[in-house]
Write a protein that binds this ligand. Structure first.
Ligand SMILES: [Fe+2]
Length: 213
């Protein structure tokens, strides 16, 4: 097996830069209305609640190497065992920001694009997309918690858990990516192609941040 470590380090840097750009684009909450705060939490909830475990499952069934499968399985196990969708729902309800039909409609087009892309079951691109997703989630948690606090909520279990947990998950998924690329069942896509999942998920995250984007 050939080590792909230097390549993984480069991919990790690129993921980090993409996440940094998204975090830098977050609007100042002071300049947003209470309904903007609500909408942002609601759109995040509508995307994450029903899709995160499904997309991680897609990563699980798309990989070929035993090591990648085991890392992704552990991630899924934690999501289900600790009821992360329920934790997120509690967070949104406590902030009076449960998603409405209009919130679902705002993310619909970009969400469908991610689903269509995920259906291709293309490892290692899905693993890289999920590593990027976890990295974004970790760094987004303080902002999301701030919005909930402004809405009078003290229910911050979801943001506390994901602000620390997902950093380890990102590292785990990058190890899974390394294992999958070293396994070499398929030719490794070139970097622009490898980032296809990140490019499809990015616009969805931007719509969560600003539905007019
Ligand atoms: Fe989670």
């Amino acid at each position: 097996m050939i080590s792909t470590q230097p390549r993984i380090a480069l991919l990790a840097e690129q993921v980090d830069r993409t996440v940094s750009d998204l975090i830098a684009s977050l609007p100042d909450p002071d300049r947003l209305s209470p309904d903007d705060h609500r909408g942002l939490i609601a759109r995040y909830t509508t995307v994450l609640e029903g899709n995160f475990i499904y997309w991680m499952t897609a990563a699980h069934i798309s990989v070929a190497s035993a090591e990648a499968r085991s890392i992704i399985r552990d991630n899924l196990h934690e999501e289900v065992r600790d009821n992360h969708p329920g934790m997120l729902r509690k967070f949104a309800l406590a902030a009076h920001a449960a998603p409405t039909a209009a919130d679902a409609a705002a993310v619909q087009r970009n969400l469908q694009n991610v689903r269509l892309w995920v259906a291709e079951l293309s490892a290692p691109k899905i693993i890289l997309m999920m590593a990027f997703f976890e990295a974004f989630i970790t760094r987004f948690m303080p902002y999301l918690a701030g919005l909930a606090t402004r809405r009078g909520s003290a229910e911050l279990e979801y943001t506390a858990v994901h602000g620390t947990l997902d950093a380890a998950h990102t590292q785990g998924l990058l190890r899974a990516l390394d294992a999958e690329m070293a396994f070499g069942l398929e030719p490794v896509p070139s970097p622009p192609d490898l980032f296809h999942g990140v490019e499809v998920l990015g616009p969805l995250i931007r719509t969560i941040i600003d539905p007019r984007a």
